[in-house]
Design a protein around this ligand. Structure first.
Ligand code: ZN
Length: 159
């Protein structure tokens, strides 16, 4: 982790108390969601082990709103660990935090609204920590491809 990443991480760790998400952490009964419940359920963000995250790098969208808020720091920690395009957890976390539709402006606005509805319980301190994370990711030259989506999400979602 770089000094900048560490600063952002400190902000995240202070903003998100390690709370146990309400159970179950997924609500659907498909194999993937049951697998997420088995590996990420009953854990606080500081108890999630790296192999579980590596396995579920793209699972943030499957989590309930409560679990999304409780477990997001586990994903952000691994994302900050290596701010490069090779980091799959970073890539998929950015897709989740910064929805940008391939289709058109209306579809993107719809995704923004959907995500905003998911995060009403995020405190100002938590939103500000997420914005700090996004700003840092946006500044990484390696992540140019995400720049537009990040800039948009900072101003349209993570207020
Ligand atoms: Zn499912």
């Amino acid at each position: 982790m770089t000094a900048d990443s560490l600063d952002v991480w400190t902000q995240i760790a202070e903003a998100f108390p390690p709370v146990l998400p309400r159970q179950p952490v997924t609500l659907c009964d498909c194999d993937e969601c049951r697998d997420v419940q088995a590996n990420l359920g009953n854990l606080r963000w500081n108890e999630v082990l790296p192999p579980a995250l590596d396995k579920h790098f793209g699972s943030l969208p499957l989590l309930t709103d409560d679990a999304f808020q409780a477990l997001l720091p586990a994903y952000l920690f691994r994302a900050l660990d290596d701010l490069s395009e090779k980091n799959k957890i970073l890539e998929w976390t950015l897709y989740t935090l910064c929805p940008l539709s391939e289709e058109d402006e209306a579809a993107t606005r719809e995704s923004d609204a959907k995500l905003r509805k998911r995060i009403p319980k995020f405190t100002d301190q938590q939103r500000s920590a997420v914005r700090a994370f996004l700003a840092l990711a946006s500044a990484a030259s390696d992540l140019d491809g995400h720049h537009q989506a990040i800039t948009r999400a900072i101003s349209a979602v993570w207020l």
